[in-house]
Design a protein around this ligand. Sequence first.
Ligand code: ADP
Ligand code: MG
Length: 263
Amino acid sequence: TSLDSTPVENLTKSAAGQETGSPLVELRHVDKYFGDLHVLKDINLSVAKGEVLVIIGPSGSGKSTLCRTINRLESIDSGEILIDGQPLPQEGKKLTKLRAEVGMVFQSFNLFSHKTILDNVTLAPRKVRGTFKADAEKEGLELLSRVGVDTQASKLPVQLSGGQQQRVAIARSLAMHPKVMLFDEPTSALDPEMINEVLDVMVNLAKEGMTMIVVTHEMGFARQAANRVVFMADGEILEEGTPEEFFEHPTSERARDFLGKIL
Ligand code: ADP
Ligand code: MG
């Protein structure tokens, strides 16, 4: 399949390389505890507009928690997080607006099971942004077409395959016109034959210049679409580099050990 082929130079890389402005997402000295458990330890990370960052690391290392702090599904104990130069709002209307700007796709697709595919994609624009039904549906169908499931628009989620449902979940996030998209192991709940159809949609998004933070162990995706790979273990960022640097020459023992297990 396309993702197993040799890495290709893509549009995102040159786009991100030219970027000189302030980062779109910035974490400064972020610490997070769950009780006594120190899950994020002095995390410093910045993601430029148009950049695709892949986060990789063993289970329990804090990858999901890191993603969840970025749209404030989790609070942090110290440090700061800025989106497009603005500190994360704590609550209220500003937080609702922030959640719209930071799209998130989870391992479980979380579609509304009693709503049609088209309703799933149009609900948030109508309720949160106040978009008229006809306009939301026109754009909703365009988005569904972009992820290749427009023919399923009037069906219920249960009638779709896992891969199709995850592509709907991506379309649903895009409907809010996010500035950045977070993906937390978006293919790990899928049957193997459906993984590439979801990764292909993500690769296309990357090529179109979307800023993306992607937690995944899919090496093919990282090599093809990522500008940078971050390796996390025990709540810390241990390594950071291009996909080539990281996969060919991991410097830490933890990363070599981890790659040995998954490659
Ligand atoms: P990863 O996504 O890398 O597997 P997580 O961010 O899910 O890691 O978890 C990091 C650590 O925090 C783990 O030890 C996990 O058990 C713990 N953890 C995650 N969520 C909670 C929570 N809501 N309450 C307490 N501990 C949690
Ligand atoms: Mg996780």
